[in-house]
Ligand binder design. Sequence first.
Ligand SMILES: [Mg+2]
Length: 427
Amino acid sequence: MKNTASRRKFLAQATLGSTLGLSAISSFGQGYEATFKDKVLHSSPSDLKITDIKCGYIRGGHSLFVKIYTNQDIVGHGEGVDATPGTYHLVKMFAQRIKDKNPLNVHRLFEDIRRAGFFEGAQSGMYIAVLSAVETALWDIAGKALNVPVYQLLGGKFRDRIRLYMDTALYQSRLPKPEEFAASAKEAVDMRFTAVKFDLDQANDPNKYDRYNWTASPAEIQRMYDQMAAARAAVGPNIDICADMHGRYDAPTGERVAKVLEPLNMMWLEEPIPAENPEAYKRITNSTSTPICAGENHYLALGFRPLLENGAVDIIMPDLQKAGGLGEAQRIANLANLYYVPFAPHMVASFLGAMASAHVCASVPNFMILEWQIYFHKNPMFKEIVNYDETQIEKGHIVLSEKPGIGVEINEEGMKKYATPDMPFFE
Ligand SMILES: [Mg+2]
């Protein structure tokens, strides 16, 4: 209530100022006057202050949603993923650090938080995943306060629509047959997507020699080829197909799989080996014409530097809900652009994270494609937990939101029934 009163006061002052301004300049002509009339004063930006951050968790705590409150009733919404369970007190610690500060100084607050842990940083993991959610919510506030979409704050857009690839999530159905790969690929194309991704790592493959060393047997590699060949045959030569190995295999297996898949003209082979060793990646990347992609578990631009400097990968795929937020994502993309490496973000978030990612994808020249999930179409939860515009998805693309801020907000009521038990929910 206090916030509402204070917001009304600001709006009243803004309206008064606007009215006085209009009478003073009326002699300058209708066009000039109309410009002022059309201007919506959403806030008094220089007086904005952060008052609180609250958070909630779903999906076993692996999806963190934050709301940042201000003294002018503008609320910022953000999302972090994966490295987020058990981070409630981290959120509250970040809140203490930025409370009473102006949320429009997004880069400065990002640095204030990043440096708050261990002097100059080298942070990663849950610390940066939570920072990503908070930083995203700051951009949302800034857009709403200044009445522009976030991409505009990031320097404007190169494109209006963000091309998506469909992640089929067939992995969950356990050792799918090649016919299922074909059907799934066809389904995505029927939905107007022009790119589709599959998982090739299968812990329960009966031809696996050992569940821990993950050296693929010849029969396993044949299974991978058969699955991807079925997908290629189903969609023809002009649809992009790609495959993920989730960093579970060793380098010789990575090389062999990349080589075997060459005739299928893949968009990429994703993380055949764990992504910490750029020299090992370089060995695979240099051995094959199949493009190699990695980076969903890297944090901050400094984390991507070794991959890029070593020529370790052909394509990078930071997850913008955990790699450091939207400003850091732009820095990562720009760094990659110096090496002529495409930027193809990983995305396992809600519509909120997807649209937040889309603003970054619009703002960089080397954007290639953004991940999209079949669960958006099959699991009603994803439509209930946020407020969004149905028309934002069209023919395998996100149509960039023109609303102030990100353009998608948390629906706290809708999210409540999915809240992770024993974790705080917007406290
Ligand atoms: Mg992956």
